[in-house]
Design a protein around this ligand. Structure first.
Ligand code: SF4
Length: 454
């Protein structure tokens, strides 16, 4: 696929990569590479963000059926385009991104084609793609590698997790940085097959919550396995792979007091909310002595809560987009009463918590929401094996986290009580999660439990 030969005297990390590659080839085969249309690959990859392959493919097929040419996609009325790609989820975000990309290509090249990327240097082509709205290093690398056979290495959640566990890149490497590092460690001629086979291994064996190390063909090459199987000589009280998750819902907001659902919209903290931040921060400072990371939704109410906790623990909050609350779309800011009276049909569907296809108009489908929260849980769990990790989020997000971590309790996903700045502890040992404390509010001022909205 690329004309480069493997390096003659590879560094030790590359030698290790090549050994792993050989085993993966024997296990999963050598997937053949075929050129693909770069523009179709770009659109398909935008559709694939935060969804699975089945929904992505359904959305793409529906898009091509309703709009057979790229010109018709570019010029389609936005609501019709959004409707066509709805199976992929986050359609109100993805639709404008796709049209914006198509308009830019037309304006710059005079035709709807990305074939010109083949004539640019690798870095020029990558920079051009990264200039498109919604295109990050992974999407750019997929277009370059999959469609054009250029030596770019895409890093998705599976590649990121497995590469860190194997020790090909440091444990704390971000997904973005991993692109850079793996392009050095992995020889370009094997990018395509190594990328696909790491994904296959991540799905089949090295799963985020419970890696099946006992049956893994890479055990002797794996840093995670080596570490998690070292028993401490001085203590037998704790397994070496105990990870504590502390889930904290953001502090009280004006919308909480008014009983309004606020998803991706903004609402400020109340005075009581600010007191709650101080209270939870004091408590965590007194109780957490092995904090390794603090993750937060980037929405201001969560971020402000996390900043207080971060100061107390000496940790910088790391924002993760997928920890955001449900996107309530057009209903952002309504009260329960308003929903009941103005949208009775919608209200009835919303009350059915088993209805995973329920979709907030202009917002998020329930199943898509669960999928992104599951992905962010996997991401967090794959970054840490021990210590305490604090996660600051929202009512909906943290309930979905609990549902994912505790699948045997799935039926109660919506009924977990989670007060503002209440504290929930989950312990994860060798991939199994256990709920230790749910919504402990002992540290909060009296009367600090408002109604439970986002
Ligand atoms: S030994 Fe375990 S952690 Fe390492 S690659 Fe295999 S399944 Fe993943």
């Amino acid at each position: 696929m690329t004309n480069e030969e493997p390096p003659r005297n590879p560094k030790p990390e590359t030698q290790k990569t090549l050994r792993i590659h050989e085993r993966l080839l024997a296990e999963y085969g050598d997937p053949p590479w075929h050129p693909r249309d770069p523009l179709a690959t770009l659109v398909l990859t935008i559709l694939s963000q935060n969804t699975n392959d089945v929904n992505r493919d359904r959305a793409f097929a529906q898009l091509r059926e309703r709009f057979p040419t790229w010109e018709s996609v570019r010029d389609a009325p936005l609501p019709a385009l959004i409707e066509a790609i709805r199976p992929a989820g986050l359609a109100p975000t993805k639709g404008p991104r796709i049209q914006e990309a198509l308009r830019r290509i037309t304006a710059e090249r005079g035709e709807l084609s990305l074939d010109f990327l083949a004539d640019l240097s690798l870095e020029e082509a990558r920079e051009w793609l990264l200039g498109l709205s919604g295109v990050g290093p992974k999407t750019a690398a997929i277009v370059l590698l999959f469609a054009l056979g250029r030596p770019a290495f895409p890093v998705d959640t599976h590649v990121h997790r497995v590469a860190r566990r194997l020790g090909l890149i440091p444990e704390r490497t971000s997904r973005e940085k991993a692109h850079e590092l793996l392009e050095v460690v992995v020889p370009p001629p094997i990018y395509y097959s190594f990328h696909l086979n790491l994904i296959a291994h991540g799905r089949a064996v090295c799963q985020a919550r419970a890696p099946r190390c006992a049956s893994c063909i890479l055990r002797d090459e794996c840093a995670y396995y080596a570490t998690s199987n070292q028993q401490p000589v001085t203590s037998n009280r704790q397994p070496t792979t105990t990870l504590q998750l502390i889930l904290v819902r953001h502090a009280q907001t004006v919308a909480n007091v008014e009983g309004r659902w606020v998803g991706w919209g903004d609402t400020g903290l109340t005075d009581l909310g600010r007191e709650q931040v101080e209270a939870i921060s004091r408590r965590l400072a007194a109780e957490v002595h092995d904090g390794v990371a603090l993750y937060t939704s980037p929405l201001p109410r969560a971020r402000q809560t996390a900043e207080g906790i971060g100061r107390a623990l000496g940790l910088s909050p790391i924002p993760l987009d997928d920890l955001r609350e449900i996107n309530f779309g057009d209903l952002d800011g309504v009260t329960l009463e308003e929903m009941k009276t103005r949208y009775p049909t919608l209200y009835a569907r919303w009350r059915d918590k088993d209805d995973t296809a329920y979709t907030w108009p202009g917002g998020e489908r329930r199943s898509d929401f669960f999928r992104r929260v599951a992905a962010v849980c996997d991401d967090i769990l794959s970054r840490h094996t021990r210590g305490t990790v604090v996660v600051v989020g929202h009512g909906g997000t943290l309930r979905a986290c609990l549902a994912y971590l505790l699948p045997e309790e799935l039926g109660r996903w919506w009924s977990y009580p989670l007060d503002n700045c209440g504290l929930t502890r989950v312990v994860v040992e060798v991939g199994e999660a256990r709920l230790i404390v749910l919504n402990d509010t002992a540290h909060l001022p009296d009367g600090s439990s408002p109604e439970k909205f986002a």
